[in-house]
Design a protein around this ligand. Structure first.
Ligand code: SF4
Length: 260
């Protein structure tokens, strides 16, 4: 079956002949290439020139390889200039986007564990995407690869670039909530994970923000306590729901709504 894309790291692939061999093989197999510059394995000559990894060094390394690919009539490639430092990453991508028009693959490399890495990646990748820079992304986490895909998807969803599935708006921990919002959202995320159609859902613990959020979402729930929690459809009050039936009622309503 082969591969549809391969990555070369200019910092450790060795002499140019090796890159030429890769280009030849990629051409023969209709395979695209990612020029993947990494601050942690920068070309020795560039490290000597710049003394430490910096945006200019990352960009120069990428552009040297771009030239090599262009000189060999190979244009089926994208570029990344990753670092584990988000400031360095963002500056490098910005500089790169100013000197070339090739597709850019974004990522903060070796970002860390699930929580830390997701936050770093959201800031780095998110900032660039918000400025219109970047064409593909990867979230690098010391975690299950599935978590990388989920985190990447959430970044795209937050920016309105992808909208598949249920987008839940919900309260943090708060003394005013009339039902256990955190546990409810945790269970709803699980039970609604199969839904692909975009739909917005607000799960709000009390009337302070409940009706307002329900007005902005397709399905809303506002906590009222015991039997007085209120479900909304398109911002309009629909039915009262006892706390013990919230999960079932919301799941049924979401499933019905996506079929309409
Ligand atoms: S909407 Fe109500 S429950 Fe939710 S965070 Fe605000 S005050 Fe707390």
């Amino acid at each position: 079956m082969g591969a549809s894309c391969l990555r070369i790291n200019p910092g450790n692939i060795g002499n140019n002949q090796r890159i030429l061999d890769v280009i030849k093989a990629a051409k023969n197999n209709n395979c695209s290439i990612r020029i993947g510059v990494n601050a942690g394995s920068l070309d020795k000559r560039l490290l000597e020139k710049y003394k430490e990894p910096c945006p200019e060094a990352l960009v120069e390394s990428a552009m040297q390889n771009v030239k090599l690919l262009e000189d060999n009539d190979f244009f089926n490639f994208k570029i990344s200039v990753k670092s584990s430092d988000i400031f360095l990453t963002v500056k490098a991508y910005k500089q790169l986007s100013e000197v070339c028009n090739y597709p850019l693959h974004l990522g903060v490399t070796e970002a860390g564990g699930l929580l830390t890495g997701s936050i770093k990646s959201s800031i780095g990748i998110g900032k660039l995407l918000m400025e219109g820079i970047g064409d593909t992304i990867r979230v690098s986490l010391s975690s299950d690869p599935e978590d990388e895909v989920k985190a990447g998807y959430e970044i795209l969803k937050s920016l309105g670039i992808r909208s598949r599935g249920v987008n839940i708006i919900s309260c943090p921990s708060c003394a005013r909530q009339a039902f256990p919002v955190i546990e409810t959202v945790r269970l709803l995320e699980k039970k609604l994970a199969h839904i692909k159609k975009p739909i917005s859902l607000s799960i709000i613990g009390c009337v302070v923000n409940g009706p307002g959020e329900a007005a902005q979402t397709e399905i809303g729930l506002t906590g009222g306590g015991q039997d007085n929690n209120l479900l909304y459809l398109s911002g309009v009050p629909h039915t009262k729901v006892p706390s013990s039936e919230i999960i079932d009622k919301v799941v049924k309503l979401v499933e019905k709504k996506i079929k309409d």
